[in-house]
Design a protein around this ligand. Sequence first.
Ligand SMILES: Cc1cc2nc3c(=O)[nH]c(=O)nc-3n(C[C@H](O)[C@H](O)[C@H](O)COP(=O)(O)OP(=O)(O)OC[C@H]3O[C@@H](n4cnc5c(N)ncnc54)[C@H](O)[C@@H]3O)c2cc1C
Length: 567
Amino acid sequence: MRMPVTAPDGATRTAIITVDDDPGVSRAVARDLRRRYGEQHRIVRAESGESALEALRQMKLRGDMVAVILADYRMPQMNGIEFLERAMDVYPAARRVLLTAYADTGAAIDAINVVDLDHYLLKPWDPPEEKLYPVVDALLEAWLATDRRPVPETKIVGHRWSARSSEVREFLARNQVPYRWYSSDEPEGQRLLKAAGIEVVDGERLRLPVVITPDGEALVEPADAELASRVGLATTPSKDFYDLIVIGGGPAGLGAAVYGASEGLRTVLVERTATGGQAGQSSRIENYLGFPDGVSGAQLTDRARRQAAKFGAEVLTTRDVVSLEVRGSARSVRFADGSTIDAHTVILATGVSYRRLGAPGLDEMTGRGVYYGSALTEAAACSGQDVYIVGGANSAGQAAVYLSRGARSVTILVRGPSLERSMSFYLIQQISGISNISVRTCTEVIDAKGSDHLESLTLRNTATGETDTVSAQWLFLFIGAAPLTDWLDNTVVRDELGFVVSGPDLSLDGQRPRGWNLDRLPYHLETSIPGVFVAGDARADSAKRVASAVGEGAMAVMLVHRYLEKL
Ligand SMILES: Cc1cc2nc3c(=O)[nH]c(=O)nc-3n(C[C@H](O)[C@H](O)[C@H](O)COP(=O)(O)OP(=O)(O)OC[C@H]3O[C@@H](n4cnc5c(N)ncnc54)[C@H](O)[C@@H]3O)c2cc1C
């Protein structure tokens, strides 16, 4: 006897479906199938076409594989052929078998054309070893010959040029949540939308993206917070009092969380979007100590986050801190939803965000060909096309190198006369050695146009005033940054650009800062509020480097200990 056909490694959820309106027959088919295939496959039984379709839809959303579908021909409401036709919309690759009585052979033969039937089986099928198993074995073998690996991870169905679809991909990628992307224009994307009950109604805009969680739940246009909680990211603090609250999950915040938690402080890190901060958007950081071959921001962030969690730090994402208050010896942090948590100490590590370019058309095209900062999630889509990058700093240079691997051409647009003043020497060298990267100095973007997606840019030579319009589908902007500290207005002292002033800079003349009521002067990274420290790019005069941000996070924790000893 031949051995049962087995599913590929990891394909534990491959199913064989059988549907028959006669409960006795339905149970008998399922029993025979289970006897031979039950160890390797899931046998799913239904007693009507409608309930079988519902089961198929749910399985589709969960990412289960369906190898074979057996349906009885004579069923009320929906006969076997009608059912198989609809089942094909959900699982086009599943093999189809019609169970028929002898009298219905004609209908079965017709069905071969209608639903591309693989086989019809005459009832009764006894003994199964002779009549049922050889048929199902052959179909399973044929099915396995094609690559049908399951997709148990999160799925996103969206539109290429929908800004929110792009944001959701970015959010999941930066939180290291694996996902698979389906365009709503493609057949598999449409099948998933249909399975989720989302139909295109004439004249109505399709609500995209739809995110399908690994357990098959469909979320329509989810907000970041909803997404975070459904894909298993922590969003709620477990306590209401901590030793240390770290605000911001970039390198400085992650550094502070690792050192704080590893040194026994009850530590919570609060991040408004995804951990990693700016560094998380970097395609390759080449100057971080200990990584001679470079490391991607995503890898560094993933490791740092796991390290912080290993030492017991709580990491909350999608929580925006909106205010900081002093309540006696406690420092109280308020979230956007009004809830608060308190701690003895706070480290501000909110970093900076990209400035926006004000040229007409850019705002409308943002997320539809125009992107600020990150180039990673869109890189595959730029393949074989012409890409423009605005900016003269390292972030722009790295993006150019990264995108040049797939794009036809990459043009870096710089306002100044050269890159030398703003970009590291090693990157300038690297760029000059890549044939499809060119640099246009003294150039600024003054207009962007497109209907669905970016189509053209108008560029102006800042030296001569001449303009020209180029066809462009992709524009990435890396144009300097502003500190994310507006919410600290009227609390800690900030400089004229909004960066937080700390330590000796608060008492340049040897005097205590205004409102400071301790005998000592502020510690090095301490702000004008005792027990509140600042680390990384948000600090006035900081180095704006990953290593210095991490180092300041660690140093701030050392000063937190000093502060707590004297509390
Ligand atoms: C594309 C790119 C490439 C780079 N490449 C390099 C490189 O190769 N080498 C190098 O040394 N440096 C590089 N840098 C610079 C480096 O990434 C930054 O100096 C570093 O990330 C600063 O860390 P940070 O923690 O201070 O701030 P950030 O990385 O900016 O992180 C701050 C975090 O705080 C969060 N946040 C802000 N406000 C709030 C709030 N109110 N509530 C909760 N969370 C909040 C933000 O969402 C963010 O995640 C690069 C930067 C970019 C953008």
